[in-house]
Design a protein around this ligand. Sequence first.
Ligand code: AMP
Length: 283
Amino acid sequence: MLVHTIDEVREQVRNWKKQGLTVGLVPTMGALHAGHKSLIDKSVSKCDKTVVSVFVNPIQFCPGEDLDKYPRTLDADEKLCTDAGVDLVFAPNPKEMYGDVNIMSNDFLTYVIPPFFYVNKLCGKSRVGHFDGVCTVVNKLFNIVQPDFAFFGEKDRQQLIILKKMVKDLNIPVEIIPCPIVREDSGLALSSRNKYLSPEDKVNALALSKILFNIKACYNKGITDVEALTETAYSYLTERHSLEYLEFRDADDLEEKTVADDNTIVFIALKIGDVRLIDNIAL
Ligand code: AMP
């Protein structure tokens, strides 16, 4: 069932809770693909009822980003959800979520601000305010749906770590379930933004996963020095690639590593033309 209002969600969830049923939430921005579907499948198998939210959240986009051209495919998304056994698709518009306040100004909305140490690095460095927008909307979705479990992809690993921290720090009664990255056979991590890539740049985009897989192979052979592991990346980069970051950080608190260990995540972001892609791998 597709609904657009908070009241409809609340009424449905109230009925389920009265019957003692567990509720899983899968927050998305739509343009659903097999990566999203893996989260949905996990929720459907773990929970009695599954809610998928489809909302392109304006407050997590920075000025100059792709808010207006972000792919919106609600009919196809609804079909994918129905076929996958989802019980409720919640697709609000910005006014339903934020009311009449001017959301492009920070002056009129209560925000959830994650700790500076978690956001002053990786994607948070170039996307200033992005994680404030993410935490705020996810908090709102938690309050609206009141799920027992919420499913997030390791594809957005910094987001996942920040949301876990938010849930812990604010004592939110939900269990976050991390879900592995789904990749094409080529190694490219699925992303709604892959739609922006030309066939040629899709080939160029393989640099991300190749770099990560190669670093993991070197680590498995016993190389732990981060400088040496970083060096291995450069042979995959061409003039089509603009590397934003390649960093080794702790899986729990994002502390920087100079020596890699089994609790290290390698994070990469690079731009191909105008398209910014991210990926990561656990060592
Ligand atoms: P988005 O619609 O991009 O905001 O993503 C919604 C959720 O799907 C987030 O928790 C993402 O981490 C997750 N997700 C997106 N792509 C993938 C993927 N390739 N594998 C696993 N999870 C993914």
